[in-house]
Write a protein that binds this ligand. Sequence first.
Ligand code: SF4
Length: 231
Amino acid sequence: MDISLTDARLYAEDELVPLSALQHILFCERQCALIHIEGLWAENRLTTEGRHLHERADSGESESRGPVRTARSLPLRSLRLGLAGRADVVEFRYDGSVLTAAIPIEYKRGREKMDDSDRVQLCAQALCLEEMLGIPVPVGALFYATPRRRADVLFDEPLRRITEDTVIRLHALLDSGITLRVPRQPKCDGCSLFELCMPDVTATSISASAWSARAVTASLARSVDPSSENL
Ligand code: SF4
């Protein structure tokens, strides 16, 4: 069955899931489940650095300079995507009293990542802003701490597709309530949940990709027809 989010119903307020979970599921489905299904969290050096980096952005202060208003820690949501979260910073640009542009900006610890997780999180923020404001949001920016660098992000169709596919996978995982066991991977060494996860002693009888495909199909079927059966 080929179903996109545009075919699905709107989510209710109490069905919204954290936008931040997109980064977790892109890093590791088991980590995402441990945090968002089982409620586990553990700080390590990397998460602590990231938290400190966001302190100014999370201050909630906003400021205006000429035609630009900068909002910090701005609440976001999308009923189409079923997401809620906050943007570190959003720059709003005005022509007189008319809003002409909204640019989401995220601050990141460390270097630019090789994977799509930062861009997907930012794109999800852009999709929320588009739904909330009713204007196109074609571009955003990521600020990396090491080295200090700004990377502009174009929200093109491929990135929007990846983002929406990740949202579908996220809802499927959280709807399932299942925490997959996965084999130890190189990235486990930098995972804040290593001690809680114990990847060295886990095993699985179904591959993560096979489970994920089944869960996505079942979740989409429930979105279109809430009376449909589980997997
Ligand atoms: S330790 Fe490895 S398998 Fe466990 S949650 Fe972290 S990345 Fe995933």
